[in-house]
Design a binder for this molecule. Structure first.
Ligand SMILES: [Zn+2]
Ligand SMILES: [Zn+2]
Length: 163
């Protein structure tokens, strides 16, 4: 499994594979403690986040946002150029073809699991157990994460004993 950990200090993300106990942020040098569970270490399931120990995750399609944006801009400009050259047929043809490719690409995309609290991302062959994004849950968990960071306490799930 490959885990993208987001630095709590500067928000820069970097990739880690199991199972170093700590990783240093390449941006600001902040040391990020990692607690790997067996399931995460063996790429079986994402049960607890190694970075924040949270147990709440959601899945989303693993989009490459930059690539997607570049494609949209290129296709948009090309069809505008064809429209400008009064080649409407070509312009709409390109737009239509792009919409189709986009649809197929989206259907083929893999799911990535994301930690609600710290936005760590998990990629691998593991079984996806999380559900889709829930805004209400995200807001309350991010608040809790921010509060716990401010007070220096780790995030514990309900029912787990304090350290
Ligand atoms: Zn950092
Ligand atoms: Zn986390």
């Amino acid at each position: 499994m490959r885990v993208k950990v987001r630095c709590p200090a500067c928000r820069l993300a970097h990739g880690v594979s199991p199972a170093p106990p700590e990783t240093a942020c390449p941006g600001c040098g902040e040391a990020i403690r990692l607690a790997w569970t067996a399931a995460v270490g063996e790429d079986r399931e994402v049960d607890a986040c190694p970075a924040c120990e949270g147990r709440d995750f959601y899945v989303r399609k693993d989009l490459n946002r930059t690539l997607g944006l570049v494609a949209v801009v290129v296709v948009g400009l090309t069809s505008v150029a064809f429209l400008w050259a009064r080649r409407e047929g070509l312009a709409y043809g390109i737009l239509g073809a792009f919409a189709l490719v986009d649809l197929v690409a989206y259907a083929l995309l893999k799911l990535v699991t994301v930690c609600y609290r710290c936005q760590a991302e998990f990629r691998g062959a593991y079984r996806r157990t999380a559900t889709g994004f829930d805004l209400h849950q995200a807001e309350s968990l991010e608040l809790e994460y921010g509060r716990n960071r401010a007070t220096g306490r780790g995030v514990r799930s309900a029912g787990s004993p304090p350290r």
